[in-house]
Write a protein that binds this ligand. Structure first.
Ligand code: CA
Length: 411
């Protein structure tokens, strides 16, 4: 497949990708777009030319501030639009080639949060991450808790503080219990950490009381983004007993601007790890459920250079998206369009593949050295953390762009 539009071979936004987002410019109100190379295809303008008439849907959904109404139309429409744009980008005589005003340079666009996220659930689905945390804080010989290989463990997070890439976040303040102190103190967190995650955007509702099987679950996934689920480890340690994460997690998470569809990721599936002991029947699934997506994390101190600190991969997930959805709905809990289901920190077996500072610096025992000679146990004020992700196979590259965030000092 080749486009008439010049696209760099290393671009995340190849002709095979075509992810969806919401953008605006000085002259254009927020609307739906598809990223291609260094440009954005303006789906609202294209719809006005009649490009999607054959799909027969209300194209006003493309002129909204979020993608939820568009996604709600189902994959037949959403992937129909994507394939239609793909065809037009390849055909010399297409409507798109003749209408330059349907393109906006990415550098001239402001990106917006692409979906209204009604609910956010965070899983804990990487076995290497869960094992590392267990080794650090519990019993190194029995690092995984007894439930871990039976349940895709998760908790309900907070959707209101999920912000777009590029939105800085303030170092949170809260209660921490210093070692050997008798009472907690109120202070700015000293242990602000990134969590390398992928976010799954739900594309179909199951309705309260209805369950979704692992076989049906793929229909419920619209696509994926990069996700940095910021954490304050010192606040977390004191507050999390007995009900789990709260203020250590909900001060902010960043997502990338473009939602890469599950259709675009289909060529990059691979077999996940063997699950022993066998899971309960409602979690059973066969075939290739994991994705081979390279994930890189960089720390950039203010005025300094980007330091690559982790190189992980989405393929390391123990629990697949289908199993997460089946588990989430097994009690009848209703998923809604735009909900975010995050993977949990994605670590690989090699120490270079750990997905958080907690693991990379092993709870502060092995500080990470940066190129400017400084060290990090956690994230400093004015450090910017960047996460990039891409899949590549047989000359096809499908990338996610970047999710970046600077940590600002506490008030
Ligand atoms: Ca998390």
């Amino acid at each position: 497949m080749k486009s008439w539009l010049p696209i760099d071979s290393q671009s995340d936004f190849s002709i095979y990708n075509l992810p969806f987002g919401i953008f605006s410019t000085e002259k254009k109100s927020p609307r739906a777009g598809i990223a291609i190379g260094e440009s954005i295809v303006d789906l609202d303008e294209l719809a006005k030319l009649g490009a999607f008439d054959e799909l027969n849907f209300d194209t006003s959904v493309l002129n909204q501030t979020v993608l939820n109404p568009f996604i709600s139309l189902g994959k037949k429409i959403t992937n129909g639009v994507r394939l239609s744009v793909q065809r037009m980008l390849c055909q010399e005589q297409s409507l798109l080639h003749q209408n330059n005003h349907c393109f906006t340079p990415q550098k001239d666009a402001t990106m917006h949060l692409p979906v209204h996220i009604g609910d956010y659930t965070d899983f804990y689905a990487s076995i290497d991450h869960a094992t590392n945390v267990g080794k650090m804080f519990r019993d190194p010989a029995n690092a995984l808790l007894p439930n871990w290989k039976h349940i895709p463990v998760g908790y309900h997070g907070r959707a209101s503080s999920i912000v777009l890439s590029g939105t800085p976040l303030k170092r949170p303040k809260g209660q921490v219990m210093p070692p050997e102190a008798e009472a907690p103190v109120f202070q700015a967190s000293n242990r602000v950490d990134f969590e390398l995650e992928m976010g799954m955007i739900i594309g179909k509702e199951n309705g309260l009381g209805n369950t979704v099987s692992t076989e049906e679950a793929s229909e419920y996934v619209f696509g994926y983004t990069l996700f940095n689920d910021w954490s304050a480890r010192d606040i977390q340690k004191w507050e999390y007993v007995p009900l789990g994460p709260f203020l250590a997690k909900n001060f902010g998470s960043n997502m990338s601007a473009w939602i890469v569809t599950s259709e675009a990721l289909a060529p990059f599936t691979l077999q996940g790890p063997e699950q022993i002991p066998a899971v309960l029947p409602y979690l059973e699934i066969e075939g290739k459920q994991n994705y081979d997506v390279n994930l890189d994390v960089y720390i950039e101190p203010k005025g300094g250079e980007k330091n690559l600190v982790s190189q992980s991969n989405f393929k390391y997930m123990y629990w697949s998206a289908q199993q997460m959805i089946a588990h989430h709905t097994v009690n009848g809990c209703n998923l809604r369009v735009g909900d975010m289901l995050a993977s949990g920190t994605i670590s690989g077996p090699d120490p270079k593949e750990f997905g958080s500072m907690l693991e990379l610096a092993w709870a502060g025992k092995n500080p990470v050295k940066l190129s400017d000679g400084t060290e990090r146990k956690f994230i400093n004020d004015h450090d910017t953390v960047h996460i990039k992700g891409y899949a590549e196979k047989d000359g096809k590259r499908v990338g996610f762009g970047c999710v970046s965030c600077e940590i600002l000092p506490a008030d």
